[in-house]
Write a new protein. Structure first.
Length: 209
């Protein structure tokens, strides 16, 4: 079963509460998603390998720790995942960014990929898939599978709010993909919205209905 990491940091929990509030403006909502994503990036990258490097401080030579060359790529699921990119980039500024877009076929109800643009060296990178909401898990699972089909082996999934149904779906479909989440909510309603959730993340990020 995939590893599941639930963030309990007070700053993250405080900002998630503000994010949920229906009275939070579009501007504030964007800023909060940026800030929460930035805070989550700290833990999501905890296992990046290090190596020794000889450097010279103003006082003396020393052996210091630097990243061992494991490169990172961020892949937001369009469109709501875009809101998490800048926060992550503020911590991992050298990461490359790909994009993947999905829609649900009205007849088969299966996710269909309509857009995918990835860095050329994506298979050499640790890929962090971003989507604020993990509801049914259908789109997230499909996006991860589309990436695997392109030869990507090292994948993590990061979301802000999750439902038990979505977590179970990802863990069953992709037991090798760790899931990082800021809040685990109660359930899905009859329209597949997370309860209590925060509404439609894309609409609240971009001011649409």
């Amino acid at each position: 079963m995939a590893q599941f990491f639930l963030f309990d940091h007070p700053l993250i929990q405080h900002k998630i509460s503000m994010l949920r509030d229906k009275n939070t403006s579009t501007k504030e909502f964007r800023e909060l998603v940026h800030e929460i994503s930035m805070l989550m990036a700290y833990e999501v990258t905890r296992d990046l390998p290090l190596t020794d490097k000889e450097i010279e401080t103003p006082v003396a030579k020393t052996t210091a720790k630097v990243l061992a060359g494991k490169k990172v790529a961020l892949v937001p699921i369009l469109r709501a995942g875009l809101g998490m990119v800048d926060g992550m980039l503020s911590i991992i500024p050298n990461a490359k960014v790909g994009h993947i877009g999905l829609y649900r076929d009205p007849n088969t109800l299966k996710p269909v990929e309509y857009y995918c643009k990835l860095p050329e060296d994506i298979t050499d990178r640790e890929v962090i898939v971003l989507d604020p909401m993990l509801a049914t898990g259908g789109s997230s699972s499909a996006a991860i599978q589309f990436l695997k089909d392109r030869g990507i082996k090292s994948i993590k999934f990061v979301c802000l709010i999750s439902a038990p149904e979505g977590i179970e779906r990802l863990q069953n479909d992709h037991p090798d993909v760790p899931v990082f989440c800021a809040a685990k909510d109660e359930r899905l309603n009859d329209h597949a919205y997370i309860i209590p959730g925060l509404g439609d993340a894309g609409d609240r990020l971009f001011g649409t209905n």
